[in-house]
Write a protein that binds this ligand. Sequence first.
Ligand code: IVH
Length: 675
Amino acid sequence: MSATLDDRKELERLRREIARYNVSYHVLDRPEISDAEYDSLFLRLLELERLHPEWVTPDSPTQRVGATPAAEFAAVEHRVPMLSLANAYSEEELRDYDRRMCALLGEHSIVYVSEPKLDGLSVELVYEKGSLVRGSTRGDGAVGEDVTANLRTIRSIPLRLAEADPVPELLEVRGEVYIEKTAFRAVNERRARDGQPLFANPRNLAAGSLRQLDPRVTAERALRMACYDVGTAVGLTLSTQQELLATLPRFGLPVNPLFAVCASPDDVTAFYRRMQKERDALPYETDGVVVKIDRFDLRRASGTVSRSPRWAIAGKFPAERAVTRLRDIVISVGRTGILTPVASLDPVRVHGVEISSATLHNEDDIRAKDLRVGDRVVVQRAGDVIPQIVASLPELRDGSESVFAMPTRCPACGSRVVRLEAEAAWRCFNTTCPARIKQSIGHFASKGALDIDGLGGKLIDQLVERGLVARLGDLFRLDRDTFAALDRMGPKSADNLVQAIHRARTVPLARLLYGLGIPEVGATTADLLAQHAGSLRRLSQTQREELVTIPTIGPRTAETVVDYFANEENQKTLADLLAVGLTIESPTLLDSRSQGLLAGKRFVFTGTLATLTRDEAAARVQQLGAVVAGSVSQKTDYVVAGSDPGAKADMARSLGIPLLTESKFLTLLGESHND
Ligand code: IVH
């Protein structure tokens, strides 16, 4: 009897411990115990459950189904096993690694090549006589899945090797398939709108895109590949990693141009430190560096320990995830009336920044993640990526948590909210809802739109709450005395504001369109619409069928534009703007003023700008005909570096591309600025 009681206690303790280690291993990426210790706990739990089958419950860690290879993909055996890497978590551990290798190989010092560790999915490509014949996932290292059809849709993967060199008889290349942060965000934004579950991180998206059965879906996902290793090669001899990285591009195989040759442990730790600092500025997600012995003869001599080769080690960065409590879910109302749930969190430091709130996108997102108020949740902040909740930890619930329900009424104006069938979002349809008005005015006054300097959120709140502004046009009816009477306003700032509003009375059509906040119409689309229609009147009469003929404008955007102008409230707003004397510059007028100024130039932004957000800066240069890119390449014309610029600035320097400071950039835009 008492033996049974002890068993029961032990079983419960084991389940709790295993659940915790699972979180630290799989979620936080910080194993607390060795694999062997974990296995022994797990085996003991299995043994107890075999003794007492009546105690097996579906939530026992033993009942989790492993990620077995999908049955639909054919199995591919790797000629040379695809191993994984041992981890180091600090500069000291990287130095230890170097000491161990020197001792093992009897070398005085070792040259390493260090590369960013890309956070994606590793794959192997097999080229026979220069043709891509097979591509597979790593799988369990020995056997992977045949995902050739999906890999063929990735544009950076050559289907034939370039003929620049004698093409090897056989070449197996390994590398990482990944997705850039901006493309990742775009996919999730679209999914949030469509009410589909979101991808937790770029790695999951890359893996999900590759391991699904319809290659057309893979093709839509903007995946990339960077090669970093070679398996079997016949007809090609490589003897160092440096040579490998120089040779693969000659065959048209993509490699990451960012790496460092490290002749000493100091060089290794310097690169580790530098990447940690610059990771936010990189276009892709990276969770560490991979330090590799450069010489292949030394690699062969070093051998393998428990599925990891000794010739390389992953230097992992400190956690960018943490566990905290979800205190509450509050609703914020946007300018289009969409109700966005926002998580209010017990403050926690992640990646050097304190996080106390995170967006939850929509109701379905909350449901998909099974978030309950009071839950312990895993939060993530990957650099410039907005903080997000990755998962809840149901195993840590104590029963006091409560399920969240979306409100049935708008928290700002009290009118009933509606969830449209095709959308995931609940909306407040009251166009006079104060929350909506505040947000629309803020957007209307923002830099990319009418650019009314000094009209910030706190002022707008007062203007709306005191009933001074109910429509956009009302802004132009305000005088100096009205402003001067508001909190925190002096006569000087009131004067400045009146002048700023006066200047905004004349506005290019594209900026006005952007400022109106038509759903789906960002700065770039506003520009296209303005160029196409030429005037507000003409655009307001343009049919959906004509709008979809504009390149990059899809049926969805065309629909919202037509709907916007058909709406009676919007018509009143526009009529009112014209009544107060708004002058709209047609795009041809704008063109003659700035013709060719930045036409066709390619810009890349890095670091933080003091006077503009990146979106605003991008909108500005786009209005002058330039193109904005996410990463630096030979084709880049200018890199604009704000404070704390990242790797993109280094890249620009090494490619000899002009680097602009913020003030040079503003001068280029023809702006006067006083600082
Ligand atoms: S070299 C023995 N280089 O990290 C494996 N791997 O934990 C040698 N990875 O499975 C791999 N970036 O998916 C290498 N620059 C890089 C990498 C990289 C990401 C991944 C790869 C591998 C995992 C090892």
